[in-house]
Design a binder for this molecule. Structure first.
Ligand SMILES: Nc1ncnc2c1ncn2[C@@H]1O[C@H](COP(=O)(O)OP(=O)(O)OP(=O)(O)O)[C@@H](O)[C@H]1O
Ligand SMILES: [Mg+2]
Length: 885
């Protein structure tokens, strides 16, 4: 029976609203937080009572289940598992593997979460759904991630998701992106209503003060004698535990032991508890006595979670050990739980238990329960008699922490192992993705030299190359080359190809011969299936000027990352596709992808990737005419970049600021920015930001009266090595800017335009026309000037970059021609997500396919699509295919 709820008017209203909105296809998630006994479960039961017309799914986290990956999600979805067959194939398979219902291979957590979302969304299309997760602090980490993933994607669903979390218990939970309701204590009036006449007004006041209005504490302490109730304040939970413990002690030793078994085993182990009781010579029927009823519910779960912790933590270590041993002995099926009970029943080294935990961890990893695996491996390491076993298990634990998104624990574990090749490799990976890339270079170099397995060396070298590029450390390329030279011939196709590519790429100094060797090796790279390998190959293709191939490889990398549900890798691959789209002049598309990349990176704790996407977003905001936002984003990104020494991120943010100043003709400022950018000092052949920014840099310098010919020389050297048409066009433009003789300048501009015409770089093309037009006007050749300026204006307007278009318009006016201000295209009104949905649909994908690609529910796709139709004034999917998105 639901209790009479006192106080809490605002909180109840919030929950009612959440449920109401879910009825109206406008669902959401809510995390209810607060200390033990503050009334979280009470609010949840109100929600359950309120939502009688909804389909309800619920689960309660249990401490003893917290190490089993996807246990809580499984429990939540058990009543509706018959729907799994309707899910898209990869999602159904992922869920099957996660729940241990078969399936092979390792699952990607995002695919499991997607499966849960799609399943709930399907369910909600029949009847609104309420999901309730109580005691989430004890849910296994993988399930919790899935709950939060779902909670962040409910805006267009008939689904409400309530998650109650107790503070300061279990692992800290980051609920970023989901609204939070923090419960505090009841006020004096509510407390009086709660306790009625049971306590005197004076004692009531004292109780409210000393408990902070905690309802559970008020209720329990009100029964104590006034003398007891006013003892020295102690932390609330432990005080309540003492109250419970005192109550349990009165029940006698036999029942006490039974309760300890129940506390140690967890709620879903009824049979095991009875069997273990038998082994300890206790009559299991005691569990059904009225005394037990005071503490336990019918399913042997505790009436209040604090009772469980009171019983468990109130026992002596020896009693706990005996309880776990009895449970392990009673578990004839030797499940994962057996390994854990044995592990808790052992206080010294024990190889059998350690090995059992290690294999239970391997199972968890297959289900992508990385945090659960990490905990098992940590304990396995502690129990390992042999030092090298301990080292291996702890390193594996570090790896699992990292893959589970817990960087701090990963580094903690690594601090406790000796530096092996594996440990260095892992440390390097962590630094590259979430720390300092230049530290990553050092670590990965050491790892590459320490590793003995050739496949491992190859993997490490691939990552080290990326790190060297990211951190602008061309000095290490020679050592990487010598590492590669030591490797034998590989027999498998993929490794052979990768080794060949890397050997060609990481040569001494990049020259023509080497560039063409790389181009040769790249011919086969489109066969790769692994997103990270595709990305590596794409980077090399880019570096040797094969832009079309590079874009294809990177697009395939993105598609593969989406297909396997690897969200962190998706964020990474998008880092490279965004600049590709920018150079194709597809700013809106680029912004949509950068926005997605940023969200994915944040959600998977890849902070360096998030920063880079933010830098791209700043550049795109600037290009698309939102200067204030661009500057704010760039500044925020710079601060992060400086604090973690992220050279590439800083360079991108600087470049965004430089471009913004250049567009506005604030040349002094632009010059200062580009000069800073140049500080990272790359070598020719190390194709990084500073070299590729030279045309912009020179433009700013020339406009303030400098003649930076040294910059030009460096650029020409690079362009000569790479030899691409795109870069040669920019080289011509830069030479034109620096030419003293107008005839020479004219010839360079003309050549630049000829080269541009053979490429797909509309933005750079238009900028060259703009500069050429400015030049011609100063030369008083008005008619020709107008021609180029008009063309520049058209292109820049079409690309949707108002600041640059405005520059062309001003120039055109100076020639005596006024151009009408053009309205921006209607696609400009779409949000990044709407644009992405529109583009995928225009390519022929169904809503379910788009949903799977973008990690949202099909209904959300439908929601965005309806808005797209409205904004673009169209009525069918077919019309979309005819738009240029
Ligand atoms: N607003 C309220 N009105 C009346 N009784 C309440 C109220 N809030 C809580 N209680 C009572 O206080 C006790 C503890 O509340 P509840 O179990 O909801 O706490 P909790 O926050 O879920 O604690 P835990 O973190 O331990 O799960 C229950 O007996 C409940 O009936
Ligand atoms: Mg509760």
């Amino acid at each position: 029976m639901p209790v009479m709820i006192v106080g809490r008017n605002a909180e109840l209203a919030m929950i009612d609203k959440l449920i109401d909105q879910a009825r109206d296809e406008h669902g959401g998630g809510l995390v209810v937080r607060g200390e033990a006994g503050i009334g979280k479960s009470t609010l949840l039961s109100h929600a359950l009572a309120e939502a009688r017309d909804l389909r309800v799914l619920r689960v309660v986290g249990a401490e003893s289940e917290s190490q089993f990956a996807y246990a809580a999600l499984h429990q939540l979805l058990t009543p509706v598992l018959d729907r799994v067959d309707c899910l898209p194939g990869p999602q159904a398979a992922a869920l099957g593997t996660a729940f241990g219902l078969g399936g092979v291979g390792e699952v990607q957590p995002f695919l499991v979460s997607m499966a849960a979302l799609t399943l709930l969304s399907d369910l909600a299309s029949e009847r609104p759904v309420l999901c309730v997760v109580d005691d989430a602090q004890w849910s296994d980490a993988a399930s919790l991630d899935a709950f939060l993933f779902v909670a962040r994607r409910l805006a267009a669903e008939s689904i409400a998701l309530l998650v109650a979390v107790r503070d300061d218990e279990g692992r800290p939970i980051d609920t970023a992106g989901v609204p939070e309701l923090r419960l505090t204590g009841l006020d004096l009036r509510a407390a009086r209503t709660l306790l009625g006449e049971r306590v005197s007004p004076l004692l009531l006041e004292h109780l409210v003060t000393s408990t902070g209005g905690n309802p559970l504490a008020l209720i329990e302490l009100a029964d104590l004698s006034p003398h007891e109730a006013v003892r020295e304040p102690v932390p609330l939970a432990s005080r309540l535990e003492q109250v419970f413990l005192a109550r349990v002690r009165k029940l006698g030793p036999q029942l006490g032991t039974l309760l300890l078994l129940a506390a140690a085993a967890g709620p879903s182990s009824r049979e095991l508890i009875r069997a273990a009781a038998g082994r300890l010579g206790i009559v299991p029927s005691l569990l059904d006595s009225p005394e037990a009823d005071q503490v336990l519910l019918a399913d042997l779960d505790f009436r209040h979670p604090l009772m469980r912790s009171a019983v468990y933590h109130g026992a002596t270590p020896a009693e706990r050990l005996a309880a776990h041993r009895a449970l392990a002995d009673a578990d004839t099926q030797r499940t994962d739980r057996w390994a854990w009970h044995r592990a808790k029943a052992t206080d010294g080294p024990d190889e059998e238990v350690a090995a059992a935990l290690e294999s239970s961890a391997a199972q968890a990893i297959r289900r992508s329960g990385h945090l659960a695996a990490a905990a098992a491996l940590e304990r396995a390491a502690e129990l390992s008699p042999a030092a090298d076993d301990a080292q291996r298990r702890r390193t594996a634990a570090a790896h699992a922490w990292w893959r589970g998104g817990d960087t701090t624990s990963a580094l903690d574990s690594l601090d406790r192992v000796e530096d092996s090749a594996e440990a260095l490799y892992l440390r390097g990976s962590i630094e590259l993705r979430a720390g300092s890339p230049s530290d990553a270079v050092t670590l990965l170099m050491s790892a590459a030299f320490a590793a003995t397995d050739p496949h491992r060396v190859l993997q490490i070298v691939t990552l080290a190359r990326e790190a060297a590029y990211t951190a602008v450390r061309p000095d290490v390329l020679d050592s990487l080359a010598s590492c590669l030279a030591r490797l034998p011939e590989f027999t498998d196709d993929t490794s052979r190809l990768l080794a060949k590519l890397l050997r060609a790429f990481i040569g001494t100094r990049m020259d023509h011969q080497q560039a063409s060797a790389v181009a040769d090796a790249l011919a086969e790279a489109e066969r790769f299936e692994d997103p990270e390998m595709l990305l590596a190959a794409g980077g090399m293709a880019w570096a040797v000027g094969q832009y079309a191939l590079s874009a294809r490889l990177r697009h395939k990398a993105v598609a593969r990352a989406r297909a396997i549900g690897a969200a962190g890798t998706l964020a990474l691959t998008l880092e490279y596709v965004v600049p590709d789209e920018i150079s194709l002049g597809r700013f809106a598309a680029a912004e949509a992808l950068a926005d997605e990349g940023h969200r994915m990176a944040v959600e998977t704790a890849r902070s360096n990737s998030a920063s880079l996407h933010q830098a791209s977003l700043s550049m795109l905001a600037g290009l698309r005419g939102r200067a204030g936002e661009a500057r704010a984003l760039a500044e925020q990104t710079m601060a992060e970049a400086v604090s973690r020494n992220l050279v590439k991120v800083a360079d991108t943010a600087q470049r965004a600021l430089g471009l913004l100043a250049l567009a506005d003709r604030r040349h002094e400022e632009a010059l200062a920015v580009f000069a800073k950018l140049d500080g990272s000092g790359p070598e020719p052949g190390s194709p990084v930001m500073a070299v590729s920014a030279i045309p912009d840099h020179v433009e700013a310098a020339v406009r303030v009266g400098h003649a930076p010919t040294a910059l030009l020389d460096r650029y020409l050297k690079w362009v000569d090595t790479v030899g691409s048409t795109e870069l040669r066009a920019l080289a011509e433009r830069t030479q034109a800017l620096l030419a003293d003789d107008p005839d020479v300048a004219d010839a360079h501009y003309a050549e630049a335009l000829r080269l541009h015409a053979a490429t797909e770089r509309p933005f750079e093309h238009a900028r060259t026309e703009l500069l050429y037009g400015e030049f011609l006007r100063r030369e008083r050749r008005r008619t020709r000037a107008r021609e180029h300026l008009r063309s520049a204006l058209d292109t820049l307007t079409r690309l949707g970059t108002p600041v640059w278009a405005e520059r062309a318009r001003v120039e055109l006016r100076a020639t005596g021609e006024t151009a009408r201000r053009q309205e921006p295209g209607r696609t400009e009104e779409l949000t990044p997500q709407e644009l992405q949905v529109a583009r995928s649909v225009s390519l022929g994908a169904t809503n379910r396919e788009v949903a799977a690609q973008l990690f949202v529910s099909p209904r959300t796709v439908d929601y965005h699509l309806r808005k797209v139709f409205r904004k673009l004034g169209i009525t069918s999917r077919h019309e979309l295919t005819r738009l240029d998105l």
